[in-house]
Design a protein around this ligand. Structure first.
Ligand SMILES: [Zn+2]
Length: 156
């Protein structure tokens, strides 16, 4: 992917904001929306405990949740609702459907930009989904450890 191409896609993305979020129309919607970083025990915090690693917000594209500089690896913990997890495939709310579709599609698009930008800076980025952290935490941790190892072994 050429960098100029990424820049022009980002410009296009920025020129089409979606505006403020409408109020959650039901408890179910509110619940899925809450599974983001502003809630109590977020998947990021859970994973931080499991990895015994501090959550940091480095000045890198997308502000990854964890950074392993030696392996040039960053880890993002994605909320299944906000980042449109293909496994959970949580349905859009009944109301304000088009707003939410656009909003969440933009999140996914932004994730892609960040990944491309990080790659162009020489970082590997790994996504860990909220459901992995919540339902199979040990697997999530071993997945990360495995990628750290393979990044460390990869020639540069
Ligand atoms: Zn999921």
């Amino acid at each position: 992917m050429f960098r100029s191409n990424l820049e022009s896609r980002k410009r296009c993305y920025r020129s089409q904001p979606v505006g403020r979020a409408p109020k959650a129309s039901s408890n179910r919607v509110r619940k899925s929306m809450r599974s983001n970083r502003s809630s109590g025990t977020t998947p990021e915090v859970l994973l931080s405990k499991l990895l015994r690693k501090k959550l940091i917000s480095p000045r890198l594209p997308g502000r990854p949740d964890f950074t392993y500089p030696g392996a040039r690896l960053v880890v993002f913990v994605h909320g299944c609702w906000w980042h449109r997890c293909p496994t959970c495939n949580i349905p859009l709310p009944e109301t304000h459907r088009s707003y939410w579709r656009r909003k969440l599609e933009r999140n996914v698009e932004r994730d892609r930009f960040n990944k491309e930008e990080l790659e162009s800076l020489g970082w590997t980025s790994l996504e860990v989904w909220e459901h992995e952290v919540r339902h199979t935490p040990k697997l999530a941790v071993s997945k990360i450890r495995r990628v750290i190892l393979s990044c460390n072994l990869a020639p540069r």
